[in-house]
Design a protein around this ligand. Structure first.
Ligand SMILES: [Fe+2]
Length: 407
């Protein structure tokens, strides 16, 4: 365990009700986050299992700011490797996804099999009996760096930690109940991907989804068309130590006559209701947004199902990768509906685009000189509550963050 952060990083006396500027702007803090959060005791979302159905299939992902390759080996096991050749450090795999029999580094063409073993070194015997690899070179000592892998109902997580708790203990029953509500073991299929930069610290993006207060204020579309109101039935569920949370909420919809779908009751009506009309398919809430420590946003809203992977780049930006999914065996009309709603809730949709802009604006303002603290005074405590105007889930997140970061 390294030493606590020095005096330059004093957390405000008000505890989690104030967030200091340096956690969003300081590169030493960012480096500490990588070391203590992403490369330590965390299960990091990397991909959906259905993205690599066959042996040799792979897809690129990340853990913190480290690129990884998620792949399926010859026996069908999922493996996660650091995307780095152990020879000279080059990126081993460049294509975003594909199918390989071997992973071959472009620099000197060292080749690795699907289990990560070094199986080919060109020119290892030199040329014309001269040169080549030395006597002491042992290929078995140079395999790919491999991470621990855990899966639940088609969702793949990986960890650098040798001491990490099993996935079920890591999430705990309160959170798993919501996870399993959508990912219940039915086979999944990917129906779309978005990827874009957010010009804000990765934690601003996580906070944004835990921030129930802004939804009915910033997102005018939500309120005007009746998809979201601050007085709708709401449950904020926070895991005991604060790191994961769920916002489960129910908008009021009216059943359409002679149809299985429902439409919103808002001040305005869309000429074409297909964007927001939805078929109810889950118990308890019309939307459940989970934020799973450290950086997965698992969203179900109306018929939109998506994993939003928030990939930290540096202290002032992150990349958000969206994987929209559906159930493999569902009716094609339902899949169509999910794709349509990606235009509402996706990266350039009528809602998220507000967040992208406001997060960049916050990042810029927070970075202005001099001292600055964000204020989190809405609601009480750092845990569960049954009303919307609360920042308790954000405070819960920082309660755990401070513990891990020793701040
Ligand atoms: Fe938002």
């Amino acid at each position: 365990m390294s030493k606590p952060m020095n005096q330059a990083y004093q957390w405000p006396e008000a505890g989690e009700r104030r967030l200091p500027r340096f956690i969003y702007t300081d590169e030493a803090i960012f480096a500490r986050e990588m070391e203590r959060i992403f490369f330590a005791d965390s299960w990091n979302y990397v991909a959906l299992s259905c993205e690599l159905p066959n042996p040799g299939d792979y897809i690129l992902s990340s853990i913190g700011n480290v690129g990884v390759v998620v792949s399926r080996d010859r026996k069908g096991e999922v493996r996660v490797f650091v995307n780095r050749c152990p020879h000279r450090g080059a990126r081993l795999c460049e294509r975003r996804k594909g199918n390989n029999k071997l992973f071959t580094c472009p620099y000197h063409e060292w080749s690795f099999n699907l289990e990560g073993r070094l199986v080919g070194v060109p020119l290892s015997r030199g040329v014309d009996g001269k040169g080549g690899m030395s006597e002491q070179f042992d290929p078995s000592a140079h395999h790919l760096q491999q991470l621990h892998v855990a899966q639940r109902h088609g969702v793949i997580f990986a960890s650098f930690s040798n001491t990490i708790a099993p996935l079920t203990d890591y999430f705990g029953p309160k959170i798993l109940k919501y996870f399993d509500r959508v990912c219940d073991g039915r086979p999944l299929k990917v129906i779309g991907k978005h990827k874009h930069v957010v010009y804000g610290n990765w934690k601003l993006q996580i906070e944004n989804v835990k921030d129930t207060v802004h939804a009915a204020i910033l997102h005018a579309f939500f309120t005007l068309f009746g998809i979201w109101r601050s007085d709708q039935k709401t449950q904020i569920v926070v895991e005991a130590n604060g790191r994961h949370s769920v916002l489960a909420s129910t908008a009021t919809f009216t059943k359409q006559e002679g149809s299985s779908s429902t439409t919103a009751n808002g001040e305005f009506q869309l000429a074409d209701e297909r964007l927001i009309a939805h078929s109810p398919e889950f118990q308890e809430a019309t939307g459940a947004v989970m934020t799973l420590w450290p950086n997965l946003i698992f969203l179900q809203q109306l018929n939109c199902l998506v994993m939003r992977h928030v990939e930290p780049v540096n202290s002032n930006s992150c990349i958000k990768t969206w994987t929209f999914f559906a159930y493999a065996d569902e009716a094609s009309e339902l899949t169509e509906r999910r794709i349509k709603q990606a235009n509402l809730l996706g990266a350039a949709g009528l809602v998220t685009i507000d967040d992208n802009e406001i997060l960049a604006s916050c990042q810029q303002g927070i970075a202005y000189p001099q001292d600055f603290q964000c204020v989190l005074e809405a609601g009480e405590g750092n845990g569960d509550c049954d009303y919307m105007v609360s920042e308790s889930a954000i405070r819960g997140f920082y309660q755990y963050y401070r513990q891990v970061m020793e701040l």
